[in-house]
Design a protein around this ligand. Structure first.
Ligand code: PLP
Length: 394
């Protein structure tokens, strides 16, 4: 059984990572111990490994409505995003298409890769969002041109959970001859994801966000999409990603994909109910609490809430001392706490951005977990506010 309550510890940080499903742990162990052949070897050991690899690839493809031959297995979501951006850049290097359009709320895997390419002469355009945290197709329509090589817009945002209108965005991108990528790392396993319904050319996913092993992932590449390799070397993955495959990890990714496919619709309903109860409970019990971003469309497991006059980092620690694990959307860079770039892009001022916590639920959570958070959180907020008031008085 997956457990969140190790000695009353409650895990509400599933957007950071998920505990691997027991079936995944078992399959990875079995592959590690029993299938050691190199999938590229011709002999029976190699063939056995190849069969396991291809079975896992088919499961990943099945999860997103894709053909197995279009799946390139990667070492996680970051690598898949790098592959998408750098792969398109290297394929289109010598053409007039020299612009990448993405959004101000992407994960760093996309944003920093775009920035790295901009230092090599690519134009990087960031589409804005409003307070809803959703990108308007009109913004892409206004920005795109015949110079645009790639449009990359995430499917679900990791900090606030909003789901982007990828399908209309993809239609605009493709009408202008640009390649369309979506980082679906936070949507796969949480809501239905179908590459053809989305109309994209490239889609990234990551195993550890849906109960698979860390360091596993995939890039789906629509047949015919021009993409240069990022890792060069051997001929693995149809010459698209060199290096001997992480077979135990890939086997685990396959099992996680099959599980997600079977469980996703019912689990989404269960998590939405828990998340909504948690969210309502917090808003009802804590004065000065407000949800960040549009309530819908949103992945069912995520809520991001700001707490007036609270430093999120202090509240996170107070909750952690009570055994409750949540996260701030903010990244800690060079010792200074930067407000979240996502909340900033939504127009939230620094004090509100720095008072925000993300609660992301998952398979391990129960109604009792929500009850416990609702029992602990209002008192923790009140205590911190009292401390801040007395610090100001002193
Ligand atoms: N993209 C998004 C939206 C994410 O949330 C994450 C991880 O947090 C990544 C990419 C990176 O994935 P990985 O941790 O597998 O490298």
């Amino acid at each position: 059984m997956l457990r969140s309550r190790e000695a009353m510890r409650i895990y509400l940080d599933h957007n950071a990572t998920t505990p691997p499903a027991p079936e995944v742990v078992e399959a990875v162990g079995r592959a590690m111990g029993g299938i050691f052949g190199n999938p590229s070897s011709v002999h029976a050991f190699g063939q056995e490994a190849r069969a396991a690899l291809e079975q896992a690839r088919a499961e990943v493809a099945g999860l997103i409505g894709a053909a197995a031959s279009e799946i390139v297995l990667t070492g996680g979501g970051t690598e898949a995003d790098n592959f998408a951006l750098r792969g398109v850049a290297s394929a289109l290097e010598g053409t007039d298409r020299r612009e990448i359009i993405t959004t101000a709320i992407e994960h760093e895997a996309v944003l920093n890769t775009g920035r790295a390419l901009s230092r090599r002469g690519w134009t990087l355009t960031l589409l804005p969002v409003d307070a809803s945290g959703i990108v308007a197709p009109e913004a892409l329509e206004a920005a795109i041109s015949e110079r645009t090589a790639l449009v990359s817009v995430m499917h679900a945002n990791n900090e606030i959970g909003t789901v982007q209108p990828v399908e209309p965005l993809a239609r605009i991108a493709r009408a202008h001859g640009a390649v369309m990528h979506t980082d679906a790392v936070q949507s796969v396993g949480k809501i239905p994801v179908d590459v053809h319904a989305l109309g994209v050319d490239l889609l990234s996913l990551s195993g550890h966000k849906f109960y698979g092993p860390k360091g596993t992932g995939a890039l789906w590449i629509r047949r015919g999409t021009r993409l240069g390799p990022v890792l060069t070397g051997g001929r693995q993955e149809r010459n698209r990603r060199a290096g001997t495959e992480n077979l135990p990890g890939v086997v685990g990714l396959g099992v996680a994909s099959a599980l997600a496919r079977g469980k996703q619709p019912a689990e989404a309903d269960r998590l939405r109910e828990l998340r909504d109860r948690l969210e309502r409970g917090i808003l009802d019990r804590v004065p000065g609490a407000a949800v960040n971003g549009a309530p819908e469309p949103r992945v069912p497991n995520t809520t991001n809430i700001s707490f007036d006059r609270i430093e999120a980092e202090s509240l996170l620690i107070a909750l952690d001392l009570e055994g409750i694990a949540v996260s701030t959307g903010s990244a800690c860079s060079s010792g200074t706490l930067e407000p979240s770039h996502v909340l900033k892009a939504m127009g939230l001022g620094p004090s509100r951005a720095q008072s925000s916590l993300r609660f992301s639920l998952g398979a391990v959570n129960t109604h009792e977990d929500v009850d416990r958070v609702l029992e602990v959180l209002p008192g923790a907020v009140e205590k911190l506010r009292r401390l801040t008031r007395s610090a100001v008085v002193v």
